[in-house]
Write a protein that binds this ligand. Structure first.
Ligand SMILES: NC(=O)c1ccc[n+]([C@@H]2O[C@H](COP(=O)([O-])OP(=O)(O)OC[C@H]3O[C@@H](n4cnc5c(N)ncnc54)[C@H](OP(=O)(O)O)[C@@H]3O)[C@@H](O)[C@H]2O)c1
Length: 211
């Protein structure tokens, strides 16, 4: 199957490598086409660099928006004509960095980033927040563990998005665990109780509260 990944930076490049290793075909795009092209060349036959963000969606059953939270809306507006009925997966943390690199939340405390992103999507798009729970280096090292798979938590309000994100999480070499609906997205973010946890399935389900 084919997944589009828009954003091939720190987290998008790791997700792309892991999905390609699991047999997924990828269509990649980035702000500067050259960085998507470089990543596609590194990955090989499973990945192609698309001509742009809209073109990345052609033939894809899901799109992963591996973008900083502050550019998400602009890109969603750009591709919204192709999103109805599509599964949209967002790993973004609602953070911005100042000149010193200090991070601050761009949404009011307690406001769900998942609900905010859902409000930016066109009717019919199916959203899951996932693949942003681990720092890129942890995500890279925790995939395809030999003993038991590490968990990747996700949240969604949509059953079909849930099925697709579970398929992609398994393809990437992890065990999916649902941590609730979109209103629970704060649990996955930097500062949330499920962020940066590398745990097995039993512990993951227990921590998620059997959601
Ligand atoms: N890095 C991590 O460890 C990590 C872990 C968990 C979650 N996250 C979350 O994931 C999100 C992305 O983080 P990151 O570290 O991957 O950021 P990043 O390294 O800055 O990568 C952002 C990517 O977005 C692309 N981009 C920017 N504007 C675009 C546009 N208009 N159209 C298409 N692509 C565009 C950039 O393209 P160019 O390459 O051409 O500049 C780049 O590939 C953030 O919200 C972060 O909170 C990151």
């Amino acid at each position: 199957m084919t997944t589009a990944i828009i954003g091939t930076g720190g987290i998008g490049s790791v997700i792309a490598r892991q999905l390609a290793s699991g047999g997924e075909n990828l269509r990649l795009s980035s702000a500067d086409t050259e960085s998507a092209r470089r990543l596609a060349a590194q990955i090989g036959r499973a990945a192609v660099a698309a001509a742009g963000n809209r073109s990345a969606l052609q033939g894809a059953s899901a799109v992963i928006l591996a973008l900083r939270f502050t550019v998400l809306k602009v890109v969603i507006d750009e591709i919204s004509g192709s999103l109805s009925g599509n599964v949209v997966i967002v790993p973004s943390n609602p953070l911005s960095a100042d000149a010193q690199g200090d991070l601050s939340r761009v949404l009011p405390e307690g406001q769900s980033s998942g609900k905010v992103v859902a409000g930016w999507l066109p009717a019919g798009a199916r959203l899951a927040m996932a693949f942003g729970t681990l720092q890129a280096r942890l995500l890279e090292s925790a995939g395809n563990r030999s003993a038991e798979p590490a968990v990747l938590f996700y949240v969604t309000d949509d059953d079909r998005a849930g099925e697709e994100v579970e398929r992609l999480i398994r393809t990437a070499g992890f065990e999916p665990v649902k941590a609730g609906g979109l209103e629970q997205s704060g649990r996955l973010e930097v500062g949330g109780d499920l962020h940066d946890l590398v745990v097995g399935p039993a512990q993951g389900r227990s921590l998620a509260g059997g959601a």
